[in-house]
Design a protein around this ligand. Structure first.
Ligand code: CA
Length: 236
């Protein structure tokens, strides 16, 4: 199957270069030069991947990303941004971006990241099942297709990594899971996270899932080992 990539970028030389490089790699390419056009095209064409600039005319990249996820578009999204400020990066992942590339980037780096993101979104990362349906964690309802979790009146976006970690936990309800196993199964060998990465993702998931993130009942720390997950919240 030919993968379809939507390039949303207002700098024409960069957009054209991206489109050429992607076509040369065998992708079918769609392009938009502002946020409005990008959003429309994404919703009407449903590409598998969106390369999204942040500073765009008419509608900025974050707003496009938010609207895409609200519309339950499951396309993988890689943010292209000038000098990545940490805030941008965090914000991007909060809104459900899959990766983040800082300009200027080499085409080679971008293509590597595209491949990694596409593979993950096809569920080929180790230990990760295909995205499917919804799951309940205590009072929270996780929607894997929409990248969201709803708890009471709150609705939060989930990054793909948060979803993968959650899917991993759900498949191992009640078991104690070491950080090493989580790293290997959820992050895989082609990435270089530290155990701190897991802890940061857990903190984010707790904020979205737990009634009291300071006294978690679903993702409980097992000191010196890792975590124990409990769907029903009995893992105190
Ligand atoms: Ca721009």
């Amino acid at each position: 199957m030919t993968l379809r990539v939507l390039v949303v970028e207002d700098e024409e030389p960069l957009r054209l270069a991206l489109c050429d490089a992607l076509r040369a790699e065998g992708f079918e390419v769609l392009e938009a030069e502002d946020g409005d056009a990008g959003l429309k095209l994404a919703l009407s064409e449903g590409p598998e991947l969106v390369l999204l600039d942040l500073m765009l005319p008419k509608r900025d990249g974050f707003s496009v990303l938010k609207a895409l996820r609200q519309d339950r578009l499951a396309a993988a999204v890689i943010i292209l941004s000038a000098r990545g400020e940490e805030w941008d990066r965090v914000q991007g992942f909060e809104y459900g971006a899959d990766d983040y590339v800082v300009k200027p980037f080499s085409m080679k780096e971008l293509l590597l990241r595209i491949r990694a993101v596409v593979q993950r979104s096809e569920g080929r990362a180790p230990g990760v099942a295909q995205p499917d349906g919804k799951a309940r964690v205590g009072k929270a309802l996780v929607d894997f297709a929409a990248y969201t979790v709803e708890k009471g009146r709150e609705r939060h976006g989930l990054s793909r990594k948060e979803l993968e970690l959650l899917r991993f936990f759900l498949a191992r309800d009640g078991k104690v899971l070491s950080r090493d196993v989580i790293l290997e199964e959820v992050w895989g060998a082609d990435e270089f996270p530290t155990t701190r990465t897991i802890d940061m993702h857990v903190v984010k998931l707790r904020r979205k899932l737990e009634d009291d993130p300071e006294a978690p009942r679903h993702i409980v720390t097992v000191h010196g080992v890792g975590y124990r997950f409990s769907k029903d919240g009995g893992a105190r």
